[in-house]
Design a protein around this ligand. Structure first.
Ligand SMILES: [Fe+2]
Ligand SMILES: [Fe+2]
Length: 173
């Protein structure tokens, strides 16, 4: 069985992962509307990864005999000023999510819930990757400034992103 405080915190984290997924989908829609299909591809894969994160926690909570309460997800933003604006918002979201995972880890520590800590280890590592990849894109966008050919080069680069097996739903089984 699982402690009610951890059960509730995991439930909140599930919601946060699916909210992040939906926000990334809004970002994908924005990039598609700007004819930046490579950026849209990157955001769509980001969406899929967040769904996989939500599912990892969903299955874990069920495996521990926890009760799942699925809460609502707010409508995502689909209008942005420019590509940097989108990635700054994405970074903000990932930083918030890292804080949330850290808090959850701390709660699991206080509750002596070693299994939850072990499960969260993967998420701690994943957040480091998430923040780094978005920071790298922001840095490249800053270098590109108003140079359209640099933006299109970046669009091509992000268009070549393919879904990772690790971290996907298949890998969590
Ligand atoms: Fe996530
Ligand atoms: Fe993420």
């Amino acid at each position: 069985m699982i402690e009610p405080t951890i059960e509730e915190a995991l439930g909140k984290q599930i919601n946060q992962e699916f909210t992040a997924a939906y926000n990334y989908l809004g970002m994908a829609a924005y990039f598609d509307s700007q004819s930046l299909d490579g950026f849209a591809n990157w955001m769509q894969i980001q969406h899929d990864e967040e769904v996989a994160h939500g599912m990892r926690l969903f299955r874990y909570l069920l495996d521990r005999g926890g009760k799942i309460e699925l809460k609502g997800i707010p409508a995502p933003q689909t209008e942005y000023a420019n590509p940097i604006d989108v990635f700054e918002r994405a970074l903000e979201q990932e930083v918030d999510n890292s804080k949330s995972i850290n808090k959850l880890y701390q709660q699991a520590t206080e509750a002596n819930d070693f299994a939850t800590k072990s499960h969260l280890q993967w998420f701690l590592d994943e957040q480091v990757e998430e923040e780094k990849s978005i920071e790298d894109i922001i840095a490249m966008l800053r270098l590109a400034k108003d140079d359209v050919s640099a933006l299109l080069f970046l669009n091509d680069k992000l268009g070549s992103r393919v879904p990772e097996q690790e971290g996907g739903i298949a890998a969590s089984e």
